[in-house]
Design a protein around this ligand. Structure first.
Ligand SMILES: [Ca+2]
Ligand SMILES: [Ca+2]
Length: 383
């Protein structure tokens, strides 16, 4: 009897989600209706016909554009319409029938000490592209013993796959430690040239996170261009721990520890990272923040900060990346520190390139030893 009831409920849930999906497909254009027949219950590849999407007129505002947003259509290993990151050592992404906020499954991500700080996440490609709109991602997350952070992310690009051009990367680190189901939200503007949008939820570090009941809705854009000559960084002096900053490590980097610690009256909290092993220069790690939606035709970006190194057999420096249509520019600070150095101010600057939509500020190091960063400042000076 119980089994029968369970199946009946499952059938209703699946139907609810598929209905929502079909409604989206219809608004998107009839060309996509066949996906449902082919792909039901399986993580089949998504066939996209981008030409048809933007010309279809009205963007369905206020409607959930995610498919299988409650993760109810899943098998033992896979979640329909969601893709898991690769099987890096020490990481796993699975549907979880035991721990969920609603329905029968949640999306679980987990990493242990072998994971080397890589992002472990579930990713979903929107079937409608809300270009020239704001999108608001919402959902719920639960974490357990998470050193590092859970995150949510919206990534916009032109094209797909290896040839795609990244133009928007809005990331928000949301919870760490142990929290019961808690809400999160993230809002970002997608430039008109956007053709592909991916939503990601996951974690980095060590521990577990579960996600459930997601939604992403498009809204009329509420343009909020970067203010000139003010610090664009969130939490630039680490007074709020690592809030606003996201760890990254280029594949091949050995185990690295990081955190914030007090470093005297003038500096308060500072960011520190330590590597126990020497690495090649191309195997660098660090933290970043991204400012999307630049909407500034001209200006000089200046990124500065204080760095201290202790026995660093390698280098530490600041880095700016610009992404946009037909362009990608990576600029390193001309100065890099190594060995033992007291606090030194370093700066990197660059004129905003044409078509740049996304600006990344990164603090970076490679090699064995310890590095500290503080009082970072990212601003655009009018030209
Ligand atoms: Ca669920
Ligand atoms: Ca500080």
């Amino acid at each position: 009897m119980l089994i029968f009831v369970a199946f009946a409920i499952l059938a209703i849930l699946v139907q609810m989600e598929l209905k929502a999906y079909l409604k989206v497909s219809v608004e998107e254009g009839h060309a996509h209706a066949h996906e449902h027949e082919e792909g039901e219950g399986e993580a089949s590849p998504i066939h996209r016909e981008d030409e048809g999407i933007k010309d279809h007129g009205e963007m369905p505002l206020g409607q959930n554009l995610l498919v299988n947003y409650g993760f109810e259509v899943a098998t033992l290993m896979e979640i329909y319409a969601w893709e898991a990151t690769g099987e890096d050592p020490g990481t796993s992404c699975r549907p979880d029938p035991e721990i969920k906020r609603s329905g029968f499954y949640s999306a679980r991500a987990a990493a242990d000490s072998r994971s080397r700080g890589v992002d472990v996440c579930w990713s979903h490609q929107l079937r409608i592209t809300p270009s020239d709109h704001d999108v608001r991602l919402e959902g719920y997350v639960k974490t357990r013993d998470l050193k590092g952070s859970a995150f949510c992310r919206v990534v916009g690009s032109i094209g797909e796959g290896e040839d795609s051009i990244l133009i928007t990367w809005e990331n928000k680190d949301i919870y760490s430690g142990t929290v019961d189901w808690s809400p999160f939200e993230l809002k970002v503007y997608l430039p008109p040239e956007t053709t592909t949008v991916k939503v990601m939820v996951g974690l980095y570090g060590e521990g577990q996170a579960w996600f459930d009941d997601l939604s992403l809705v498009a809204q009329e854009p509420d343009h909020n261009p970067a203010a000139l000559d003010s610090n664009l960084l969130q939490n630039p002096s680490f007074a709020a721990g690592l809030e606003g900053w996201h760890f990254f490590s280029v594949t091949g980097a050995p185990k690295i520890s990081w955190g914030v610690k007090p470093a005297g009256l003038d500096k308060g909290n500072v960011l520190w990272m330590r590597s126990e092993h020497s690495t090649l220069p191309e195997n660098y790690s660090g933290f970043y923040q991204v400012r999307n939606n630049l909407q500034i035709p001209s200006g000089e970006v200046v990124f500065s900060g204080w760095i201290k190194t202790v026995g660093l057999e390698g280098e530490a420096w600041l880095n700016l990346n610009f992404y946009g249509r037909d362009m990608k520019v990576i600029v390193d600070s001309s100065q890099a520190l190594s060995g033992n150095n007291g606090w030194q101010k370093i700066e990197v600057s660059y004129d905003i390139p044409e078509n740049a939509t996304s600006l990344w500020a990164r603090v970076i190091f490679y090699g064995k030893g310890e590095v500290y960063f503080d009082d970072l400042d990212l601003r655009i000076l009018p030209k």
